[in-house]
Ligand binder design. Structure first.
Ligand code: ADE
Length: 418
């Protein structure tokens, strides 16, 4: 079988981890069992460009159960779990192209190996697969019935393509489902980012100035969890509304240049470039820790940091120490890549359960609606989103009330007032 993984001998360890994650993914299990019977993806060739983790492996199992012919490549050079990649190949016969730490050339070769399947459906996390397909394999887009996109950054890129009229097939924005962003972006990124920072540094957060740039759902989750560990959380925002929300949530809000002088730990989750820039490095405290949990490694101006430094060395796995000319040290985590996936294991399976239930059902939706959709970015249909919430609650053994007939009538009426 065509594949490129680090070491197939790691498969046994990977299989144990895939099965461990599966125990926390009851909604995806239900979908897998239904897919097994109904085979809604029979005859579909699906290329997925996702973080290759134990949770993604379980999504692949569900899609495979649905009858899809699959290929998987990494959506980030540093997020692959090599043991999981090995097990996908050896135990599940899923063609996988992903090696943790692969260089940029190999990263794109792996994407091209996935494109060689000539997919009917694409599944992306960050839109590198769609973008490569559109720019270098335009002729292959004709057969694609649709794609799905996992993350905020990817959805922004795809909406920009649709706006410019260059998007060649329909996309479902999985990220924008409520059962995705309210849980994955908030609680997933919240917990896994702290996990990544702690695994890389073993740093005490209590009493430290913990700066978060970006107060979207990811930033909210990180801030909430850092506060829970006793940090003094400072939020940096450019949107007045979000900044106001942060203030009322009890956080300090200030300009980045002020925060740079006092930050002990600084995390970026904005999706934008050079959020931590040369001017910030120039005033940073000795010993400051900087990292990124946004999709691309563009949020920290890495070339400027390298230029300012007189020396650098790895002091712990995923922790690089930069010494500046005045002797200050800055600790830079995970090469500026997603610290939660590079230094830890990404979001826990219990939240990825909902994100990947959306992916699986969006793929089924794409296949059912082949030819009926326009070249646009679509939301996940509301009934899918609601059904996932219902299944997740049921899997947790939580029951909720239903509206009474009287309450339903009241909500539908306008005559009744004081
Ligand atoms: N994105 C964030 N966490 C993830 C995980 N555990 N698996 C796949 N994609 C992710």
């Amino acid at each position: 079988m065509d594949q490129d993984v680090k070491d197939i001998a790691l498969a046994d360890k990977g299989k144990l981890r895939i099965e461990w994650a599966d125990r926390q993914m009851p909604v995806l299990q239900i979908i897998r069992e239904r897919f097994e019977k109904e085979k809604p993806l029979d005859g579909i060739k699906l290329a997925a460009c996702l973080h290759v983790t134990s949770e993604t492996a379980n999504l692949m199992r569900a899609l495979q159960a649905g009858g899809a012919e699959l290929v998987l490549c990494a959506s980030n050079p540093l997020s692959t779990q090599d043991d999981v990649a090995a097990s996908l190949v050896k135990d599940y016969a899923i063609r996988t192209y992903a090696i943790k730490g692969e260089d940029e050339k190999t990263y794109y070769e792996h994407i091209k190996a996935a494109i060689a399947l000539e997919p009917d459906i694409t599944m992306d996390d960050g839109a590198d697969l769609v973008s490569t397909l559109h720019s270098q394999y335009r002729h292959l887009t004709e057969r694609v019935v649709g794609g799905t996109e996992e993350t905020t950054t990817g959805v922004i890129r795809l909406k920009a393509m649709a706006k410019d009229g260059v998007l060649l097939y329909p996309i479902v924005a999985v990220n924008d489902a409520q059962t995705k962003y309210l849980f994955d972006n908030r609680y997933g990124t919240g917990q896994s980012t702290i996990d990544g920072i702690l695994r890389a540094t073993n740093y005490l957060l209590a009493g430290r100035n913990f700066v978060v740039t970006g107060y979207g759902w990811c930033g909210k989750g990180i801030a909430m969890r850092a506060k829970g560990l006793g940090a003094n959380v400072i939020i940096l925002e450019v949107e007045p509304l979000k900044a106001l929300e942060a203030v009322m949530d009890g956080f300090r809000v200030m300009p980045s240049i002020e925060a740079a002088k006092i930050a002990d730990v600084w995390v970026t989750v904005t999706g934008d470039v050079n959020v931590i820039d040369r001017a910030h490095f120039e005033v940073m405290k000795d010993g400051a820790i900087i990292c990124n949990s946004g999709h691309f490694n563009v949020e920290i101006n890495i070339p400027a940091l390298r230029e300012l430094a007189v020396s650098s060395r790895e002091v712990r796995p995923f922790t690089e120490e930069f010494v500046l000319s005045d002797g200050r040290k800055i600790y830079f985590l995970a090469d500026g890549r997603l610290v939660n996936l590079a230094a830890a294991e990404g979001h826990p399976a219990a939240v990825m359960d909902m994100s990947f239930a959306n992916q699986a059902l969006a793929a089924e939706y794409m296949s059912k609606n082949a030819g009926n959709l326009e070249r646009k970015v679509y939301p996940v249909p509301e009934d899918i989103d609601k059904e996932i919430a219902r299944l997740k609650l049921a899997s947790m053994g939580i029951e909720i009330d239903k509206l009474t007939a009287e309450q339903r009538k009241y909500l539908a009426s306008w005559e009744m007032g004081t």
